[in-house]
Write a protein that binds this ligand. Structure first.
Ligand code: P6P
Length: 326
């Protein structure tokens, strides 16, 4: 007899009961993210076919990071912001693609309980070469009922209400947590529905995969170099896609560690604390793994700036702890 299908919508409603005082706002927010993910998925899947969506924006614009904005970056950013703008649960959004946070002034949203920080399309330089890319999102309760300020987005990662990612790969998956475990949903394109495919995801305690850009090896701190040497001596498998969400997702399923250490030129590393490291750190801890900056737990760091960077060691607990001891 065929297994019953649980859709993301059904799951969200079912799990709402885990929060006795839930008003349904978080469910509504997750539903908006689901819609935007479907719209982005549609464009990602045809990027190779439709030139106007491929490549850099006409204006050759760059984002706050000084990175060339790909057209899909801009499209994804707009889709996610618009999906959350007028649905009432969200009062503000911060994005890798925007210098400052955005406050939703629509009367429906002004009273929204949540703020969302996101990387709408991480790894977008891989779009033109057909490599998996992803969306990463982080959800906080607003600090107070006064105006939304950047402080609402600078809460430590441990204060996140929910976090998740969408990986646009051989299949498209939405993986998220609301603090009660991690669950993965695969999009069935034939019916346009995310279906529960990976209930209660747990990362193996240990693993034999390490993900790092070894091109930076000689610029890494000694601790990172020592750990990478140990991985090689143990004949581990080096797997580095160059797309954080794809590398993270594989390691979550198979076990492993992803590292983006600081370098002599960039001691803070490349990845962003607020909308990359924090959401993935919440997910990995909820799945039984660990995430540090090489010294301290990512979720304990108090962000000082919206786009601040952090070194990142994330994955199987035994591997992250071993890397810390080096
Ligand atoms: P490098 C993509 O630009 C990204 O932010 C992550 O998705 C990826 O893991 C990393 O940067 C790749 O950076 O310096 O190794 O090319």
């Amino acid at each position: 007899m065929a297994q019953p299908i649980t859709t993301l919508s059904e799951f969200i409603i079912e799990r709402e009961k885990d929060f006795p005082f839930a008003s349904g706002d978080l469910s509504q927010l997750l539903t908006s993210i689901r819609l935007a993910a479907k719209l982005v998925n549609r464009e990602v899947n045809k990027a190779g076919l439709v030139n106007e969506i491929l490549g850099e924006t006409e204006q050759h614009s760059v984002n706050v990071q000084g990175e060339k904005q790909q057209k899909l970056d801009v499209y994804a950013n707009e889709r996610f912001i618009n999906a959350m703008r007028n649905q009432g649960a969200v009062c503000g959004v911060a994005s890798e693609e925007n210098d400052a946070h955005i406050v939703f002034d629509h009367p429906v949203s002004a009273g929204g309980k949540y703020v969302v920080a996101m990387d709408p399309l991480d790894g977008s330089s891989n779009i033109d070469v057909n490599v998996s890319i992803g969306t990463i999102f982080s959800i906080y309760r607003r600090l107070n009922d006064a105006e939304v300020t950047v402080e609402d987005f600078l809460q430590p990662g441990s204060a996140q209400v929910a976090a998740g990612y969408v990986v646009y790969g051989s299949s498209t998956m939405l993986v998220y947590t609301t603090g009660n475990g991690v669950n993965g949903f695969t999009l069935d394109p034939s019916i346009g529905v995310f279906c529960l495919s990976h209930p209660n995801m747990r990362i193996p305690e240990n693993g034999s995969i390490y993900s790092v850009n070894e091109g930076n090896y000689f610029d890494f701190p000694e601790q990172a170099r020592n750990y990478i040497d140990a991985c090689k001596k143990k004949k581990m498998s080096a797997r580095y896609i160059g797309s954080l969400v794809a590398d993270f997702h594989r390691n979550l399923l198979k076990g492993g560690i992803y590292m983006y250490p600081g370098t002599t030129a960039k001691p803070e590393g490349k990845l962003r604390l607020v909308y990359e490291a924090n959401p993935l750190a919440l997910l990995i801890e909820q799945a039984g793994g660990a995430a540090t900056d090489g010294k301290q737990r990512i979720l304990d760091i108090k962000p000082g700036k919206l786009h601040q960077r952090t070194p990142l060691f994330i994955g199987s607990k035994a591997m992250v702890e071993e890397a810390m001891r080096r």
